[in-house]
Design a protein around this ligand. Structure first.
Ligand SMILES: [Ca+2]
Length: 104
């Protein structure tokens, strides 16, 4: 069993897949993430992201948005949307963090 690094910068397709399986297998259905599993995944693996979110309700919103078929569970394709969304959020904050002209 591969040990998955918790560093978001080093997430690969393989580690995403095994991460999903690791958390999805914690309880309930093995092939979906429940809300509890989702929260433990985000808090453990995406701590850098959750720390940057000041509103704790944001994860609820994220979960609801991702759960496109509204069954209260995230399947793998819904999980991949999260990764896509996170990539977009990182890209956005990267763009905001980089001033068009840096003066020091
Ligand atoms: Ca779902």
């Amino acid at each position: 069993e591969a040990k998955v690094s918790g560093s978001p910068e080093r997430l690969s397709i393989e580690s995403l897949t095994s991460l999903f399986q690791k958390y999805a297998g914690k309880g309930g259905y093995n092939c979906t993430l429940s809300k509890t599993e989702f929260l433990s995944f985000v808090n453990a693996e995406l701590a850098a992201f959750t720390k940057s979110q000041k509103d704790p309700g944001v994860l609820d919103c994220v979960m609801k948005k991702l759960d496109t078929n509204n069954d209260g569970q995230l399947d793998f394709s819904e999980f991949l949307n999260l990764m896509g969304g996170l990539a977009m959020a990182c890209h956005d904050s990267f763009l905001k963090a980089v001033p068009s002209q840096k003066r020091t």
